[in-house]
Design a protein around this ligand. Sequence first.
Ligand code: HEM
Length: 253
Amino acid sequence: MATVEPIGGPRRVAPRAGRVDDQFGHTVVYEGEVPRHDVHTRLVHWGVAIFFILSLLSGFAIFTPWLYSWLSPLFGGGPMARLLHPWFGLGFVVVMILLFRRWVNDMRWKDSDNVWMRRMRRYITHEDKVEPDYVGKFNAGQKIWFWTMMVSGIVFLITGIPMWFPEIIGRTPMWISYFFHDVAGLFMLGGFLVHIYEGTAAMPGTFRSMVRGTVTRAWAWTNHPGWYRQITGRDPKTDLEQANRTQSERRAP
Ligand code: HEM
C-alpha cells in the first residue's frame, strides 16, 4: 500500500485496484473497491465468532432444562457440554484479546461519537441517505458493541473461574458469579443478534468486508465518509455527486 505524508502524520492510501499483503495472506482489491479488513483481522474476527457461538450453545445447553434436550446432543450429551463450555470460554477470551489488540485504536471514543449518539434514531430509521462527514472507520454504535463485548469478556473470565472450581471458593461467591455470568451472557446474546442484523441485512455490502476484506467505494463514502476521506485522500461528497451524475447520464436516452 502506498503512503503519503499529510500534515499530522502518515496516511494510508488505498490502491485503486491490486493486492494488499499482510502476514497471513493477501486481500484482492478490484476497481471501485477499497480494502477494509486485512486477512489477520478477518481470521481473528471469525475465531471470535466461532468460540462465541460454541460458548453460547454449550452455555445455553447447561443453562436451562428447556434448551438442554435440543442443544446438549450437539456436544455429545450434557456432561460433555458442561466439560467443554469453560474451554470454549477460555478460547473466546484468548481470541478476544487478539481482537482487542487489532481494534483498540480504531475504537477509541471521540467527541463526534457523542454527536452520533444524539442522532442514533435517524440512523436506525435510515432517515439520512449518507452518514455525517465525521463518521470514521467505525461509528459509535459499532464502538459500543466492541466495548460491551470486551467488558462482558472480562466478566465471563472473572465469574467463570469460580464456577469452574466451586470447591475452592465456596457457595456464596459461586452463586454471585452465576448471576453476573448469566447477565453478561444475555447482554452478549442481545448485542450479537443486533450485530448480525447490522452486518448483513441492514447494511448490504458489509458482510463481504469480513469475507473478501473489501467494500465498494460507494459503501465507504455512504457509511463511513470520514474513513473514506482518510484512506483515499478524496472528498466523499464530491465522489458521491460524481457517481450520481454518471448514473443519470447512463440512464438518459
Ligand atoms: C456469526 C455471525 C457474525 C457476522 C455475520 C459478523 C459480521 C461482521 C461484519 C460484516 C463486520 C464488519 C463491519 C464493518 O466493517 O463495518 C463485523 C465486525 C465486528 N464483529 Fe462481527 N460478525 C459475526 C459474529 C461476531 C461475534 C460473535 C462477535 C463478538 C462476540 C463479533 C464482533 C465484531 C466486532 C466487535 C466488530 C467490529 C465492530 C462492528 O463492526 O460492529 N462478530 N462483524
